[in-house]
Design a protein around this ligand. Structure first.
Ligand SMILES: Nc1ncnc2c1ncn2[C@@H]1O[C@H](COP(=O)(O)OP(=O)(O)O)[C@@H](O)[C@H]1O
Ligand SMILES: [Mg+2]
Length: 379
């Protein structure tokens, strides 16, 4: 072994041996802890309430509740809270943890500063596994995909409130200068324990909110167009074609969620989510609009998934359109009944037909460019 590779295995700060990924566990832990302490201190100056550091011993009854493309999420009792909380993994010191506080910071800017009940509550670390976690609200109804699957009889009012909640959050996200980049039904959470109120009176139970800011970035930062992460049916055609994510591509995802809210189904379940589908989406393929949806809804949904990003509405416009239709919610109830009946029948058939390559977890996606270069190499 030469001298250079020997020194590479030793930490420059403490001279101890480095571990996996050529990182020193002791020094990385110290750096991460320093970053967390700094972040917690900043939040105490800025926010209405504070983000806290919690000892691992304060958590009991830890149960796995979900797994996305990047992290694992647990529900847990927390001695400082009467409500159950969620713990989401954000990495260990012996892993590459570039920007590991990014998700926490995005949550803080979008929710804590707005005094929202979906704020980040704190951090903890399991001393045995060294795994760090962020502590957030536990959404007992799970994500929107689960919620729609388990609640086939939702009224139009319920569905429109969900859309209103999501557009309100997206407006906040975009106002802080962030692009979410990974909006899909698995990243929208639903809780029945929060209600909508007007002048102090409860008007509607249950709130949906956008979660999983792990992939979000500042709108002005370098928008790497070569690698596309996400769930294919929700990704805008221009992104699939390598033009990068934008606030408009987040709106495209909302268009697909609107279809899902109206139909109760996941988009493109019967097709493989491969580069051919990416090309078809680029060429204009969209899920079949639900015939009985209110005309204003169909029009809004189609403008959100318009091929031209500049023809898509802003989050604020979606929110206002839904709000202006408020008095009309009742009118759509009857139409919803027939959709509900069809949905119940469809969900039974659908499960048998799901394509094994229809993947609803975020992952690195095949691109149109890769498909075209493969085709060219066969010529
Ligand atoms: N706070 C929460 N309450 C309830 N379920 C959650 C919560 N956070 C995440 N989940 C579940 O775990 C899944 C994965 O979490 P997510 O934050 O999206 O991780 P990833 O970054 O890996 O996609 C979600 O799709 C959802 O089903
Ligand atoms: Mg996710």
């Amino acid at each position: 072994m030469d001298k250079a590779s020997k020194t590479e295995k030793k930490c420059a700060e403490c001279d101890n041996s480095k571990g996996k990924f050529n990182l020193c566990p002791t020094c990385t832990t110290r750096h991460i802890q320093g970053e967390i302490d700094e972040f917690i201190k900043d939040t105490q100056i800025q926010a209405h309430d504070t983000v806290q550091w919690a000892d691992w011993k304060e958590f009991t009854n830890i149960k796995k509740i979900g797994e996305g493309g990047f992290g694992t999420v647990y529900s847990s009792r927390w001695s400082r809270s009467i409500e159950i909380v969620a713990l989401k993994t954000i990495g260990k010191p012996n892993e590459l943890m570039n920007n590991f506080l990014k998700e926490a910071k995005a949550l803080f800017h979008c929710y804590n500063q707005e005094n929202s009940c979906f704020r980040i509550k704190g951090f903890t670390q399991d001393p045995l596994s060294m795994q760090y976690y962020i502590i957030t609200r536990y959404a007992e109804n799970g994500d929107l995909r689960q919620y729609l699957r388990e609640n086939t009889s939702l009224s139009w009012e319920d569905r429109l409130y969900i859309l209103w909640d999501i557009s309100l959050d997206l407006e906040r996200i975009h106002k802080t200068g962030l692009i979410h980049r990974d909006i899909h039904a698995g990243n929208i959470l639903h809780t029945g324990k929060v209600s909508h109120a007007s002048y102090g009176t409860r008007v509607h139970d249950g709130v949906a909110y956008i979660s999983d800011f792990g992939f979000s970035i500042a709108a002005y930062s370098d928008n790497n167009t070569e690698e596309i992460y996400g769930v294919m049916p929700y990704i805008a055609p221009e992104v699939l074609n390598g033009h990068g994510y934008s606030m408009e591509s987040d709106i495209y995802s909302i268009g697909i969620i609107m279809w899902e809210l109206a139909s109760g189904k996941s988009p493109f379940t019967h097709i493989s989510h491969d580069a051919c589908l990416a090309l078809k989406i680029y060429d204009g393929l969209r899920p079949e609009p639900t015939p009985n949806a209110p005309p204003f809804y169909l029009q809004l949904m189609q403008s959100c998934w318009h091929k031209d990003p500049f023809k898509r509405p802003k989050a604020k416009e979606i929110k206002e359109t839904v709000m202006n239709q408020g008095g009309l919610f009742q009118k759509y109830q009857e139409k919803m009944q027939s959709i509900i009946e069809k949905q119940k029948a469809a969900s039974k058939i659908d499960n048998n037909k799901i394509d094994p390559n229809a993947i609803y977890k975020s992952r690195l996606l095949p691109t149109i460019t890769s498909l075209l270069s493969k085709r060219n190499s066969f010529k």
